[in-house]
Design a protein around this ligand. Structure first.
Ligand code: CTP
Length: 397
């Protein structure tokens, strides 16, 4: 997993800094190229020379020194990184990171990177449990940063409790497990749509499509974890935005179209999992429609077909994936949509089944490609399916 990856190891000023030497050593043994950045505080606990000898790379200790082998050093390191680990991360350093400060090489690198970031907090129990620290951690978790939970045990300050930095082997294992399996989507810009759209009838009522958003949110989350930059355009959904994903909330198909068009140029992978309402009410009533004894007739007009528009203007290198929710003639209808909408892959979904489609946690799909091949996947969780879909998308790239 870490083989041939560039890992930046940030070391801040805590007593656990001595353990970071073993982290560096383990990372190197795992085949990574390790670049250490030390804060001024860290250098009071351990010398840069130790890390230089262990990693075989220059150690960055200041923003103001001679440039070693990097161009603009903080930017170069931020770009070079496949993953950044800060261990130990002190309460002070976490606070600075949560404020978005850039007053030394490590904070600056964190601000400039797109790589996944892991923090291993290490501090006194009360400092760790303080709501200020917890608030700072939460802020960073919400951005998609990973926190390796501290261990409980004897602390250097003489107390017992939570706050010990986990053992180096555990930290490396956590990073390997969570760095989204090889970060193979780093550099990709992914646009995902999810959930149904609501088309208003009056200020109170709407016409809509059934869709919880679970599939689209799972895809957005998986792509983000694998290192992609993800924009998620979502119709109404009860789900929480996956950490680190840019969420654009919309209601109607027209709003979804505009949000998708605004963001499609940059994206090299577009996955349209949304259940877009094909029709909207022609004349939306300004006031609540009162009932009477007559039938109510609503005239519906067609909504834009967003996917078709994307297919028509697809640029070279852009990959377009659609969904087909069908209750009959699954393969035939899906193939037709694949061709008509100029897609590279379509995920065909039999929504008449109880264990697949709307609001379920599992899904059963067939994947159709332009060359006519059909890939039948077994019933699996939407999260697992999200990764399987992305694996196949990457193979098409
Ligand atoms: N889609 C879209 N805009 C629409 C309708 C659908 O972008 N106005 C997209 C969906 O996000 C999905 C794919 O097109 O990826 C197929 O959607 P689906 O509802 O299955 O098919 P339709 O094209 O609407 O055809 P029909 O309703 O006749 O099955």
């Amino acid at each position: 997993m870490l083989k041939d990856k560039n890992v930046i190891l940030g070391v801040t000023g805590g007593i656990a800094a001595y353990k970071s030497v073993e982290i560096a050593s383990r990372l190197r043994k795992a085949g990574a190229s390790v670049h250490v950045i030390m804060t001024a505080g860290a250098q009071n606990f351990i010398t840069p020379l130790t890390f230089r000898e262990i990693t075989g790379n220059p150690v960055t200790t200041t923003m103001w020194g001679e440039i070693t082998n990097y161009n603009v050093e903080h930017i170069a390191l931020a770009q070079l990184a496949d993953v950044i680990i800060v261990a130990p991360a002190t309460a002070n350093f976490i606070a600075k990171a949560a404020m978005g400060m850039a007053d030394d090489m490590l904070t600056t690198t964190l601000l400039a990177t797109k790589a996944p970031i892991f923090f291993a907090p290490a501090m006194n129990t009360n400092m760790y449990e303080n709501s200020l620290t917890q608030g700072n951690i939460q802020k960073l978790v919400d951005l998609g940063w990973h926190f390796i939970p501290p261990a409980t045990g004897h602390l250097a300050c003489g107390t017992e409790g939570k706050g010990r930095m986990p053992e180096p082997a555990e930290i490396v294992a956590f990073v390997e497990e969570n760095s989204a399996m090889s970060l193979d989507m780093t550099g990709h810009k992914v646009l995902v749509t999810a959930a149904g759209t609501y088309e208003p009838i009056d200020p109170v009522r709407y016409i809509g499509n059934r869709s919880s958003g679970k599939m689209g949110y799972a895809i957005a989350e998986a792509a983000q974890k694998r290192g992609a930059e993800v924009v998620l355009v979502s119709g109404p959904s009860a789900l929480k935005a996956p950490a680190g994903v840019k969420l654009i909330k919309v209601e109607t198909a027209a709003q979804m179209r505009d949000a998708v068009m605004d963001n499609c140029q940059q994206a090299d992978i577009i996955i349209k999992a949304a259940a877009v309402a094909d029709y909207r009410v022609q004349e939306v009533s300004e006031h609540k429609i009162k009932k009477n004894d007559q039938e109510l007739v609503l005239v519906l007009e067609k909504n834009p077909d967003i996917l078709k528009e994307l297919g028509a203007k697809k640029r070279a290198g852009q990959l377009l994936v659609g969904f087909a929710a069908e209750t009959q003639n699954l393969l035939e209808y899906a193939k037709d949509k694949l061709e008509k909408k100029n897609l590279d892959m379509i995920v065909a979904n039999d929504v008449s089944r109880k264990d697949a489609g709307f609001n379920t946690d599992t899904n059963l799909v067939k994947l159709l490609y332009r060359n006519g091949t059909v890939d039948e996947l077994p019933l699996m969780s939407k999260h697992l399916l999200a990764d399987e879909l992305l694996n196949r998308v990457l193979r098409l790239k």
